[in-house]
Design a protein around this ligand. Structure first.
Ligand SMILES: [Zn+2]
Length: 463
């Protein structure tokens, strides 16, 4: 096998393949970046043959929740380092959040960001557009036409008029800031978003409740008290009501609490078009880990109690929560070294998404559920279900070869992000990403990137 980044004809032989019908020991044939056969067929003479015996052959992950920080904060991360970490971990598509600078609130800005990303991206990428309190129907339609995956509304975050960025400010009444979108904003934009056939993602923390419980963060208990689970439950219930009334697809980002899950279940039971995402940090950690992990686990909404963690694992296991994404949100190691009160919220995570989910699925009794959480369900959310997220004929050959006999040790030295800390630091997962293919091109092997930036903007099929 060569390190050539291009492969016209490729055959992955002898692995156990995650197919729509379940795991099968079959070969996967690829030509010109697309899967041409999944079965036992002789390899064409000119094909490059990959020996995958003893390996799992899985669809590339689609991380629907990352923050590239690009443009705006390249000292934290950029599209090159983000997607190097993604490639190393078996994530072949990332969907980037719109709180870069300038914020992605119009078609021209989205097009500029896509052009910048394309020069650096090692994996395919989609872009979320931003809903502000003053967003107009024309802006939403322009973003959709420019290729936005859908839209994001940060309920607890204000918009800086001077720097044109979304910032978390506990002082939501600051005159230099545009107030966060509220339920009135959601009700106003819902029918437009529904008619575009795209999803709205919400950061679900009710601003009124955050304001009421604001306090200095001296201990981790203060953080939980300042951002209580009822803020999440109230925001989900209200937004789901609006989604149900309008037919808008609503997606809850980074679900963090048992109370939020209960509110979502009730809304789904009542027919709301709601999908749920949680993140590895909420599935693996709880408040008791703060003494060991420190500010690397300061994220919004917060990582809560063992009871919340167990409820989220149960929700994922039962299928109420369909998607695991990372909320990969780097700040510098120096920024994260500040006090709990001063350290910014967010941590890197894209590189360990697949390994952490394989380990969790294995512990829940069926390792083959992991590709559903990180590939199949995210493809549907992002409107990519006809081209990505599945190993089947006609799909992009975004393929991850995983070694189930080698460990992933989450430690700073393996990290390809610009920042090397992780909320999951110190954990060991019993699966290791061996080789990663993007549209048939080898892009990473054993944690190191291969070849050049060849990522493309992915546009959603509108439902
Ligand atoms: Zn986020």
């Amino acid at each position: 096998m060569t390190d050539s980044a291009r492969a016209n004809a490729l055959v992955i032989e002898g692995g156990i393949v995650h197919t729509p019908e379940g795991p099968r020991e079959v070969d996967v044939h690829v030509a010109d970046g697309v899967i041409t056969s999944v079965g036992k067929v002789a390899a064409p003479l000119d094909a490059q043959v990959i020996d995958a015996r003893g390996m799992y052959v899985l669809p590339g992950a689609i991380d629907v929740h990352v923050h590239s920080r690009d443009p705006g904060f390249p000292h934290k991360e950029d599209f090159g380092t983000l997607t190097a970490a993604a490639a190393a971990g078996g994530v072949t598509t990332v969907i980037d959040m719109p709180n870069t600078v300038p914020a992605v609130d119009g078609a021209g800005i989205l097009e500029g960001k896509a052009a910048l990303a394309r020069r650096k991206a090692r994996v395919d990428f989609g872009l979320w557009g931003l809903v502000r309190s003053g967003t107009t129907p024309d802006e939403l339609e322009g973003l959709a036409a420019a290729g936005a995956t859908g839209f994001k509304a940060y309920l607890g975050y204000a918009f800086s008029l001077s720097r044109k960025q979304v910032i978390y400010s506990p002082d939501l009444d600051d005159p230099a800031l545009e107030p966060p979108p509220d339920y009135g904003t959601l009700a106003r934009v819902a029918s437009v978003i529904a008619s575009l056939g795209l999803p709205l993602v919400i950061h679900a923390e009710d601003p009124g409740i955050l304001r009421a419980f604001r306090r200095p963060l001296e201990t981790y208990a203060d953080l939980l008290a300042a951002r209580p689970d009822e803020a999440e439950a109230v925001a989900i219930a209200a937004a789901a009501e609006i989604a149900g009334a309008s037919g808008m697809r609503l997606h809850v980002a980074h679900l963090s609490s048992a109370a939020g899950l209960a509110a979502a279940k009730e809304a789904i039971g009542a027919g709301a078009p709601l999908s749920l995402e949680t993140c590895p940090q909420y599935l693996w950690l709880c408040d008791e880990d703060y003494g060991r992990v420190g500010t690397a686990m300061k994220v919004f909404p917060p990582i809560r109690t063992a009871g919340d963690r167990d409820a989220l694992v149960e929700g994922l296991s039962q299928g109420t929560i369909g998607i695991v994404a990372t909320d990969h949100a780097p700040h510098t190691d120096e920024e994260k070294a500040a006090t709990l009160d001063e350290a910014p919220a967010g941590s890197p995570g894209v590189q360990t998404l697949y390994a952490s989910c394989l380990e969790l699925a294995h512990r829940l009794g069926d390792v083959w559920r992991a590709p559903r959480w990180v590939s199949e369900a995210p493809a549907v959310l992002a409107g990519l279900q006809e081209s990505k997220g599945t190993i089947a004929v006609g799909f992009d050959a975004d393929i991850v070869i995983v070694d189930p006999s080698r460990l992933t040790l989450v430690r700073p030295e393996i990290m390809r992000s610009r920042q090397h800390h992780s909320a999951l630091n110190g954990l060991d997962f019993g699966f290791s990403v061996h080789e990663v293919y993007l549209r048939g091109m080898l892009i990473a092997r054993d944690g190191k990137t291969v070849g050049r930036a060849s990522g493309r903007l992915v546009r959603p099929a509108r439902s």
